[in-house]
Ligand binder design. Structure first.
Ligand code: PHE
Length: 350
């Protein structure tokens, strides 16, 4: 660990490093583990038990090749920047998506699989964003024979199967819920879509998906085949499914949280399923901090949030720019940020 942390390219704080191996998604009693099982249950019933193989222990430190190149992310894409991604060394990162494992699993000959794991993204701070979260990836390869059983063009057939499968999944999880498909862009799929569900008065993006680029399949020696892939954020879905108001709660050890979740508590369609009962929120505590930016500014909000997170840990709820001042004489800019602190399990003193 020390050797890795000492690499000149490293931008991973200890706070983030400590999250590796916690594996919330592998705890059967944790909402993320419960959701993982609920999704697997859907695949078992839709395709036959065990036909999708689940990988949930692939290590989150991957090469830049796996994270970016193997899924055709362009050289100049923002997600490659050190502002957005945690670099361990020059050519290893904390995976920013489970798509990092697509190619190697296809190369191993896997044709129907799910990958669940922790993913890491440098970001700003609020109640729905945390630098570590969990994704589930799904891939299904269609053989030449399966593709020839239809009149449709192969891509249309695959798109259709993908969409109806995911609509079935949404129904399994949420029951009758309003859905919409939105065209999207991902370097590794074409066409690409996002699925949104209508929840609490707003449209919520819950997953990305599409028909896998031929180039990726060819890289795994699949020439006559087609495939779909999707990636969904487990926290997003779990917050909706169980009514969990703050993303930091997934990390709490407070029994008032953990005692409310049991393996096997999931009920298809949400029928009679126990929701999370919020214990009273503790009061927030605000602190404003302002500072001058250097003239040639390399400052980014993600960098600031990384410092705040490293210092304040889970106590920080939001970091928000509330004022910006430009001094015309010196041509300097100062920023004022409001940091909102709130503990999930106790009252904070000033
Ligand atoms: N990897 C994408 C993301 O993290 C999701 C995705 C997976 C999209 C597979 C398409 C296919 O946003």
């Amino acid at each position: 660990l020390d050797i890795l942390l000492d690499s000149p390219d490293n931008n991973v704080s200890e706070y983030i490093f400590e999250k590796i191996g916690v594996d919330l998604h592998r705890r059967p009693e944790h909402p993320l583990g419960i959701l993982k099982s609920a999704i697997l249950e859907y695949f078992d019933s839709a395709y036959g038990k065990g036909s999708f193989r689940m990988f949930d222990d692939l290590h989150p430190i991957v090469s830049t090749h796996e994270n970016f190149d193997s899924v055709l992310v362009p050289q100049d894409h923002v997600s490659r920047s050190k502002n957005d991604t945690y670099y361990v060394t020059e050519d290893t990162v904390l995976r920013c998506h489970t798509s990092a494992h697509q190619l190697s699993l296809l190369k191993q000959g896997e044709k129907k699989f799910l990958v669940t794991g922790d993913v890491y993204r440098r970001d700003t701070i609020d109640a729905t964003h945390f630098p570590v979260f969990h994704q589930m990836e799904g891939v299904r390869v269609f053989t030449k024979c399966e593709l020839s059983s239809t009149e449709l063009a192969p891509q249309d057939f695959v798109s259709q199967e993908l969409k109806s499968m995911l609509e079935g999944l949404a129904k399994h999880l949420f029951g009758e819920v309003e859905l919409r498909w939105v065209d999207a862009y991902f370097p590794f799929t074409d066409p690409s879509y996002e699925l949104e569900i209508f929840f609490n008065g707003e449209w919520l993006e819950v997953l990305g998906c599409g028909v896998m680029q031929k180039q990726i399949l060819n890289g795994a020696s699949l020439v006559d085949e087609e495939a779909w892939a999707f990636g969904l954020g487990l926290e997003r879905l779990a917050m909706v499914l169980f009514d969990i108001p703050d993303i930091r709660l997934f990390w709490t050890n407070d029994e008032r949280f953990s005692k409310q979740f049991k393996a096997g508590m999931f009920r298809s369609g949400g029928h009679n399923m126990q929701k999370f009962k919020s214990y009273s929120k503790y009061p927030p505590c605000y602190k404003d901090v302002s500072f001058w930016l250097p003239n040639v500014s390399k400052f980014t909000e993600n960098d600031l949030c990384e410092i705040v997170r490293s210092t304040a840990g889970n106590l920080v709820e939001e970091v928000k720019l509330i004022d910006e001042f430009h001094n015309p004489k010196t041509n300097q800019v100062s920023n004022c940020y409001r940091i909102t602190y709130r503990s999930m399990d106790r009252s904070l003193t000033d």
